[in-house]
Design a protein around this ligand. Structure first.
Ligand code: NAG
Length: 285
């Protein structure tokens, strides 16, 4: 009787457990088959955070040996890189991509804007900026931008030597900032302060994508650049708010009229990034 029961139990167990095991085995196999090749580094959870953090661009270039699409495990995050432009459409046209949800976490990391504030203001800010900078309205900006650009060029003097990329960057940054944030609202006129602002922004911009995903302890230089820029805006915000709004209201002024919580400097940093990140052509690598 005991033997029989045992046999029955074993039979039962085998007949129920085996399909489950087989199913799990199958699912994990097909899942790993559909995932891109990955590099997990040496440390559990941290993955390759240290190797990656030292020089992200070089590290990514080196890991292209894994394939056109690959995944790096960095500090609890799976970062998947699509390195061939032809593959982008599969990602961006996917019905599973929700832009607003996708950018909320990065906005939290990049500018320390809380989830509540983000969902409260994202659509409003998006519509405001889109309305102000619609292509049909760009004619209102182009004259002023040209004037600013000319001003900056006049200040250069008649001769001298220097790095061309740096020269274009400095000139465009100053012109764009004066245009969208207000004349000398940021320290455009003070050579030393502006140099510092430029240096901090370039650092912030270069590692922006990583700052969006990776805990800031791994990106020391990037974090201090972020802090510097937000501190700068903390001083600028009260001055701008106290100015009277008029027809010539700057984009920054419109933003600060819209945002009513304590994240004004943090949103201002995002506006700066959005204005300058594409102001100049990328430097050849
Ligand atoms: C804005 O960002 C800074 C820097 O990350 C952060 O210290 C500050 O708390 C943020 N603002 C608010 C209201 O949380």
């Amino acid at each position: 009787m005991v033997m029989e029961l045992n046999g029955l139990t074993v039979g039962l167990i085998l007949s129920t457990i085996m399909p489950i095991l087989y199913y799990l085995y199958h699912v994990s196999r097909s899942k790993s088959k559909s995932l891109p090749p990955a590099y997990k580094g040496w440390f559990p959870w941290l993955g390759c955070a240290f190797e990656f953090g030292k020089n992200p661009l070089d590290f990514i270039a080196q890991k292209k040996e894994l394939g056109r699409i690959f995944t790096l495990y960095v500090a609890g995050e799976r970062l998947t890189f699509i390195t061939d432009a032809e593959d982008f459409q599969y990602f961006f046209q996917s019905p599973f991509v929700d832009f607003q949800k996708a950018v909320q976490d990065p906005v939290l990391n990049v500018a320390s804007v809380s989830k509540t504030s983000f969902f409260k203001y994202h659509t409003k800010i998006h519509d405001m900026v889109k309305g102000r900078l619609a292509s049909s309205r760009l004619i209102y900006f182009s004259d002023k931008l040209c004037d600013e650009f000319r001003d900056q060029l006049t200040q250069l003097g008649k001769q001298g030597k220097g790095d061309l990329h740096h020269l274009v960057r400095k000139t465009m940054y100053a012109a764009v900032i004066n245009n969208l944030f207000g004349k000398n609202v940021l320290p455009v006129n003070s050579e030393k302060e502006f140099e510092k602002l430029e240096e901090m922004f370039v650092m912030f911009d270069e590692q922006f994508e990583y700052g969006a995903r990776i805990p800031s302890v791994f990106l020391k230089d990037w974090s201090s650049a972020k802090k510097y820029l937000i501190d700068l805006f903390s001083k600028v915000v009260p001055k701008t708010i106290n100015k009277k709004s008029d027809d010539d209201e700057t984009l920054l002024h419109s933003l600060l009229n819209l945002v009513q919580d304590q994240y004004k400097p943090n949103y201002s940093l995002l506006l700066l990034w959005a204005s300058l990140a594409n102001a100049i052509p990328p430097q050849a690598m």
